[in-house]
Write a protein of this length. Structure first.
Length: 128
């Protein structure tokens, strides 16, 4: 006979119990596998959520570059990637720093310097 038991599988963002039917004795291997699968799916869901949030910041920064340069979306992407590579800073961090300037935060000096270099490269390429 099975009884309804609450298993706590939580993440740092949410606490939601998972209700499963398990035998009145210890959980079976199948129950353990199901719980492991649910935990894995929740982890993947969180990763996707972070990726979407990161993508939004990168797209905002890309739009800012398009207005500031002015240039195409592809050129803005290349510029941000160039800054990221030359500063050895993750693209999402370069984008976040650029977007933060809209809230009166200063762009870190290494990113600022490389941003200027990339803008010069962009305009030199456009002239040639």
């Amino acid at each position: 006979m099975h009884r309804l038991t609450t298993h706590q599988l939580t993440t740092h963002r949410e606490e939601r119990p998972l209700l499963t039917a398990v035998p009145s004795s210890a959980p079976s291997a199948g129950d353990a596998a199901l719980l492991a699968e649910v935990a894995e799916l929740r982890s993947k869901n969180e990763q996707l959520g972070r990726a979407l949030a990161t993508r939004a910041v990168i797209d905002q920064a890309r739009g800012m570059v398009m207005v500031l340069a002015p240039c195409s979306s592809e050129r803005a992407w290349d510029l941000l990637v160039g800054v990221s590579q030359h500063c050895n800073v993750k693209l999402r961090d370069v984008a976040a720093a650029l977007v933060a300037t809209t809230k009166d935060e200063t762009l870190p000096e290494p990113i600022q310097r490389e941003f200027r270099r990339e803008l010069r490269r962009l305009h030199t390429a456009d002239r040639g």
